[in-house]
Design a binder for this molecule. Structure first.
Ligand code: NAP
Ligand code: ZN
Length: 351
């Protein structure tokens, strides 16, 4: 599939617009995929607008998109894991060095030489990798996931990033029955965090700046909802949480959430705001609380998460949009007006 239609941004300030991009001919180990749906992650917006320039300067023109679901159209001669017609997924990773200690442990997400689905140097075509806002993609079979056929594909696409990014830290910190768990920010990641923490048996409390999301939070699996802009509400739970997952995309007071933890409780950041946050020492010191981070998940754990979702019938709550609504979707995401993930119907790009 040499040339495919896509949506790309030409600069940090230009809207996404229709473009044609090149894909490589599948090598022996490659799988060619016709994309059906691609979720819109807030990371796509951070990247398209070069908000992470300090860590990862955006190379333009850029094509975001790393929540990809589609059908296999061709496989290379050495591909054993997939065949034409299979329903497959691709997340944030398309390769890694496979030799470092992290890769050896199945943690390709912490490989210092990983290749991201977009924005990494492309060893095949030069330039940088281009993501899933496109008709098709070619990916090494070891970075392609099997999708349970019982799940709705539009709602399954976001599992490839929002799903694994919340599943992985909840598993790492052994979230389960008898634990009180907070999820901060009810967006794409946050609503998946609520679904998983609930499925793992925890008592789930949502912290939201949007009072209008209260009923949805309860429907998604929360046991309680705290409106974080209300100081009385925030005061009631101080010192009571075993674990908090912070899924917020913008600047906010992290210390207010560290205070909510019990002794030895942990707050894990998955949200990646543009600017550094001020962390106060005392809320951490008093109570031996800890603050950590987590990045997506490895390939094996992503497959485990997808199989778990297939078994428990878990998908993302999505608003399906045609690709020409993407710039509007970005603006709505910035206003926290997403219920709770946009999923692009790629048929709209083909027609
Ligand atoms: P999203 O759908 O836009 O959700 C973010 C939520 O944060 C909003 O819905 C809102 O929830 C809350 N929020 C927004 N602005 C806020 C503010 N100023 N103060 C307090 N709360 C605010 O974004 P997403 O796709 O879930 O992504 C969230 C973050 O995770 C992004 O920074 C993204 O880049 C990052 N991310 C990280 C990884 C990783 O591997 N670590 C992977 C994917 C994404 P309420 O309305 O409920 O307050
Ligand atoms: Zn993402």
């Amino acid at each position: 599939m040499p040339n495919v239609k896509a949506y790309s941004a030409a600069s940090a300030t230009s809207p996404l617009a229709s473009a044609t991009i090149e894909r490589r001919e599948p090598t022996d180990n490659d799988v060619a995929i016709d994309i059906d749906f691609c979720g819109i992650c807030h990371s796509d917006l951070h990247y398209a607008r070069n908000e992470w320039a300090d860590v990862m300067e955006t190379v333009y023109p850029c094509v975001p998109g790393h929540e990809i679901i589609g059908r296999v159209t061709a496989v290379g001669s050495s591909v054993s894991k997939f065949k034409e017609g299979d329903l497959v997924g691709v997340g944030c990773l398309v390769d890694s060095d496979r030799t470092c200690p992290n890769c050896q442990e199945g943690l390709e997400n912490y490989c210092p030489n990983f290749t991201l689905t977009y924005g990494s140097p492309d060893p095949h075509l030069g330039g940088v990798t281009l993501g899933g806002y496109s008709e098709g993609i070619v990916v090494d079979q070891d970075f392609v996931l099997s999708i349970p056929e019982n799940l709705d594909p539009a709602g399954t696409a976001p599992l490839l990033c929002a799903g694994i990014t919340t599943y992985s830290p909840l598993r790492h910190w052994n979230v389960g029955e008898g634990m009180k768990v907070g999820v901060v920010g009810l967006g794409g990641l946050g609503h998946m965090g609520v679904k998983f923490a609930h499925a793992f048996g925890a008592h789930v409390v949502v912290f939201t700046t949007s009072p209008g999301k209260k009923d949805d939070a309860m429907r998604l699996g929360a046991d309680e909802v705290i409106v974080s802009t209300d100081p009385d509400d925030m005061g009631k739970h101080i010192g009571t949480f075993d674990f908090i997952l912070d899924c917020v995309s913008a600047d906010h007071d992290i210390n207010a959430y560290v205070m909510q933890l019990k002794r030895d409780g942990n707050l894990t950041l998955v949200g990646a705001p543009e600017k550094p946050m001020g962390v106060a020492a005392f809320p951490l010191i008093f109570g031996r609380r800890s603050l950590s981070g987590s990045a997506i998940g490895g390939i094996a754990e992503t497959q485990e998460m997808l199989d778990f979702c297939g078994k428990h019938n878990i998908t993302s709550d999505v608003e399906v949009i045609p690709i020409d609504k993407i710039n509007e979707a970005y603006e709505r995401m910035l206003r926290s007006d997403v219920k709770y993930r946009f999923s692009i119907d790629m048929g709209s790009l083909k027609s």
